[in-house]
Write a protein that binds this ligand. Sequence first.
Ligand code: XIL
Length: 354
Amino acid sequence: MALAVLAGCAVVFVVAAALAVALPEDGEPEGGPPALAAVHGLDLGVAVAVEPLLRDGGYRDVVTGNYTSVTAENTMKWDAVQPERGGFDWSGPDAVMDFAEAEGLDVRGHTLLWHNQLPAWLERGSFDPPELRRIMREHIGALVGRYQGRVEAWDVVNEPFVDEGAALRENLWYGVLGEDYIAEALWAAHEVDPEARLYINEFGIEGGGAKADALYALAEDLVDRGVPLHGIGFQGHFVHGQVPEDLASTMRRFTDLGLEVAVTELDVRVPEPVTEAELDAQAGEYRRVVESCLDVPGCVGVTVWGVDDGHSWIPEWFPGYTSATPFDEDHRPKPALEGIVEALSRRPTPPSSG
Ligand code: XIL
C-alpha cells in the first residue's frame, strides 16, 4: 500500500515536471492550445475553407495560434477535385497543403468516397462495375498520390451508414460495387500511400447505439480480413445539451480492435437566441469531448469543424442554430476555447496507464 502510494507520487512528480514546460505557476498556458496539446501528444485540428485562408489574416491567425493540424472543409471533395471526368483542379487542395506546410501544421485528408458533393458527370452517369472501379481507383490514385507522404490520415470512406440505423447507405459505390467498395477503397489508398492512416468517418455513433454497433461489426470484419483500416473518425456534430456522456466508452470499443480513433468534425450548435449561460455550458461540452479523447489512449486528436462562427456550416444547414465553434465572427475566443484549454491543462496520462 505504502509502496503504491509512493509510486503514485513519483508518477505525479514526473508528469508534473513534464507539464511545467507548458504550464507556469499561474496556470496560464504558454504557447496556447498547440503547446498544451503537444504535452499530451494530441492533434488539435480545425477545418479550413480556401477563400478566407488566402484572404483573411485574422482567420489565418486563429488557425496558426490555436491548432496543430487542418482538414480541408470542402476543397478535397470530389466535386472540387475532379469537376470533369479526368479534369482535376488542384488549386484548392494545393493552397491548403502549402499553407499547412508553411505553418508546420499536419493535414487530415477529407474525403475520398462520400455520397455528397459529387460532380454531375459522376452522380448522373451510369457505370458498370469495372468502369466505376476504374474511376474510383483513378480518383484515389490522383488525390492520395499527389500528396503522398504529406497527409497524416485520410477519411477514405465518409458516412457509409444510413443517417439513422444500422444499414449500409445505398450510395453510388454500394449500388454498383456492393459492400466491398469499402475494402476496395482502403486497399487503393493504401497502395498509393502506405504511410497514411486510413479512416472510416461517421456521424451519429458517438453515444453508441445501432449505428455504432453496425460500424463496429464492419470495422471488426475489415480488421479480421487484414484490410488496411487504421482509424475510426467520430464526426462529433453535436447539439448543445445533447453531447453524450459516454463518448470514451464508445471510442474504447474501437481502440480495443487495435484501431485509433479521432474526433474529426467537432461542433456544438446552439439554438437561437444564444445566451451567455449557454455559451458557458457549451464550454463544458467542448471540455468533455476533449477530456474523453484524453481518457482513451488510442484517441489521437480532436478536430473542430470551422474556424469561427462566421465560417461555420451550421447556420446554413441547421437553420435556427448558430454559435457552434470556439471563436465568434470577429475571431474572438469564446468560452468553448477555454473549455478546450481546461481539458488540455490536466496532467498527461503516463503511457503505461489506461
Ligand atoms: C460540410 C461543409 O462544412 C459545408 O461547407 C458543405 O456545404 C457541406 O459539407 N459531414 C462531413 C463534412 O463529413 O464534409 C460536411 O461538411 C459536414 C458533415
